[in-house]
Design a binder for this molecule. Structure first.
Ligand SMILES: NCc1[nH]cc(CCC(=O)O)c1CC(=O)O
Length: 307
């Protein structure tokens, strides 16, 4: 079998796609990488102004639907929760570290950063949780750009710290620059953070079957629960919410504990809940946790668009 795999052109995306390509090659599949530029890469304005939902994903999906590529590899956290009628999420490979990380000057961490320290991030979820942790103590600076650009701002002294996904740093071999890894039950990651999404056309049944070999059922269950929270909240990837599931071995094939937080971007209020159940109940656990969050006033927090 020969497959054309589409990827965004960023260093992180290409690295992620290569790991998928390597596994497919080991399974005896011929692969070629096709680089696709997405609107999210071209347009440097804040994501919520471009329209947030799926800007990194749309161009790859178009190429898949048009037949320019056979497989698309995305960061799962960038993938909208709404299913695409012609496409299928054929595999969710084993997850990298899902936690957020601080890269700060002088080995500082979230607690030791001085009052007024300039901390860069663009994600409302991170802005909200930074404010929950430190109130108005930090000067939050909206940044975007690839991982290298963001780290450069700390190394050049433009910022005191940035908050990034640990997974991205690990994949690029830059974990050594991390000064603080945040507890995911407190500073809750984005749904699907650290996981990859491998998509193909639903109609390509032999490709669907081949890609299924890459699927990790535990990661699949964890991200299913996390994304169900997001879907039930009717929120997109730019919502000030986090959801994180940990899986453990147990009777009847494993257990899952799901943590979620919804916060006002200004840090003035938040709702935080957790639940547990078996891996097979992932979707339901996520939906029910979201309903419980809504009952505690989550929708009001999501709608407040203060930054
Ligand atoms: N929204 C951008 C994005 N999409 C995926 C990752 C990192 C890798 C991952 O979470 O799997 C990043 C950068 C970041 O949040 O630091």
């Amino acid at each position: 079998m020969k497959l054309r795999i589409g990827t965004r052109a960023s260093a992180l995306a290409v690295t992620q796609t290569r790991t998928v390509a390597t596994v497919l090659e080991r399974l005896g599949i011929d692969v070629t990488l096709v680089e696709i530029t997405t609107q999210g890469d071209r347009d440097r304005s804040p994501l919520r102004r471009i329209g947030g939902q799926g800007v990194f994903v749309a161009a790859l999906r178009d190429a898949l639907v048009n037949g320019e590529i056979d497989v698309a590899v995305h960061s799962l956290k960038d993938l909208p929760t709404q299913p695409h009628e012609a496409l299928v999420l054929a595999a969710v490979p084993p997850r990298e570290d899902p936690r957020d990380a601080v890269v700060a000057r002088d080995g500082l961490n979230l607690q030791t950063l001085p009052r007024g320290a300039r901390v860069g991030t663009g994600a409302p979820r991170r802005l909200a949780q930074l404010r929950l942790a430190r109130g108005d103590d930090l000067t939050l600076v909206e940044i975007r750009g690839n991982v290298d650009t963001r780290l450069g701002k700390v190394h050049r002294g433009e910022l005191d710290a940035v908050v990034l996904a640990r997974a991205g740093l690990a994949r690029l071999g830059r974990e050594a620059e991390i000064t603080h890894t945040l507890d995911p039950t407190e500073f809750v990651p984005a749904p699907g953070q650290g996981a990859l999404a491998v998509e193909c056309r639903r109609a390509d049944e032999s490709v669907v079957r081949a890609l299924a070999q890459l699927d990790d059922p535990r990661t699949r269950a964890a991200v299913t629960a996390e994304r169900a929270v997001l879907a039930e909240l009717q929120a997109g990837c730019s919502a000030p919410m986090g959801a994180f599931a940990e899986t453990t071995d147990g009777e009847e094939g494993g257990q899952l504990t799901l943590h979620a937080v919804v916060a006002a971007v200004d840090g003035s209020a938040s709702v935080r809940l957790s639940t547990s159940g078996s891996l097979g109940e992932a979707e339901r656990l996520g939906r029910e946790l979201a309903s419980a969050l809504l009952a505690e006033g989550a929708s009001r927090l999501i709608e407040e668009r203060v930054t």
